[in-house]
Design a binder for this molecule. Sequence first.
Ligand SMILES: Cc1cc2nc3c(=O)[nH]c(=O)nc-3n(C[C@H](O)[C@H](O)[C@H](O)COP(=O)(O)OP(=O)(O)OC[C@H]3O[C@@H](n4cnc5c(N)ncnc54)[C@H](O)[C@@H]3O)c2cc1C
Length: 366
Amino acid sequence: GQTIAGVFSTSTHGSGINYGPLAGQAVSLTIVASGGRTVRVEPERGITNPQAWATRYPEIELVQDDDWFNACQVGLGCMGIIYSVILRVQPKYFLNEQRTLSNWFQVRQDLQNGQVLREHAHYEVLVNPYSTLPGGNHLCLVTTRNPVPAPDGFTEPSHRNILIELAASVPGPSDLLLAALNTFPNLTPAIVDGAMKAIVGEYIDRSYRVYNIGMANNVPAYGSEIGFPMDSYLEAIDRILDIAAVRQLLGQAYLNSPFSMRFVKASPAHLSMMEGVDTCMVEFISLDRTIGGKEILQELETEMYAYGGRPHWGLLNFLSAGSGLVEAMYPLLPRWQAVRCELDPDRRFANAFTERCGLTPLAFQR
Ligand SMILES: Cc1cc2nc3c(=O)[nH]c(=O)nc-3n(C[C@H](O)[C@H](O)[C@H](O)COP(=O)(O)OP(=O)(O)OC[C@H]3O[C@@H](n4cnc5c(N)ncnc54)[C@H](O)[C@@H]3O)c2cc1C
């Protein structure tokens, strides 16, 4: 499963324009850096009293500095080992989740208006990449989640759609589905519609149970996700639908799941996909071993750079250090690098991925 340090380090997020990525809930991070140097990193005027700390833990340095904190929140493992975190939390609460069918023309209009993002605590959309509705329209599933008082007489257990849970929990059905999709790819649009229709409904439970999408997490799959600024995401979606249509026509590759749109508040973390701007995150998921699946994800990612799309660090991506791409995507990268060089001057925490992306460059001297 996912760990708190892993989701912080990759700017993992949920959906609600008033909520930033999970790393934004941190108020204090303790990191064991290169050579065993141990540092507690907090924003300026953080929660720790510097005098009391120095007396009690003289061996652990306290750094209260916004730049350090914003670098370490999303550190991709390059700052050292996150040994402990202190999180801002709230008491558990109840959520009402509503899943309703809609269509892309309607959803696009609602999003342009923006009210749906303000009136729901959580709002997300699944979109069938392929047109199955008249006039070139696409089926969508809108999910809203809002806090509600504890329902009278609430008793456990409450469940999501039990049939879907069962289908996702046994390996056979996903293998059969994959075989069908690889053999008859032109069935994909109808199967994607069917999957969305199957999960329409209402679910009320404690928040942490509603956020858990259940056995669907166990389906063998891979995904990529791209974050767009709020002023370009609708045009980006139009382009994604065009690309999917061309690929469908050529019969080369299908996205075999609906793609999701989620909304996340801006983050000050230097390398967050949401750095500096409220963001729409668009996620593409394919069953493992889908023929042509990764090729279409690569095409989507590279086409989306032109719309300001920043790929999720913690999912499949095709980023590379070439042509100044990552520097252009992340204008605060030099400030992140300055903190990284302090914490890991010997590049002990560099790895093949951070080298591929140019995050941990080699120093060249002659
Ligand atoms: C089923 C599933 C559902 C997902 N859902 C979402 C979602 O809803 N939203 C979303 O945004 N993403 C989602 N993701 C992506 C996921 O959150 C990221 O891939 C995340 O990084 C996974 O956390 P992990 O603990 O497995 O980290 P890993 O993949 O192990 O590591 C990720 C990064 O964190 C660093 N790291 C890990 N532990 C430490 C540590 N102790 N100290 C310092 N650095 C560390 C690693 O070096 C690496 O750079 C999902 C992934 C899966 C598999």
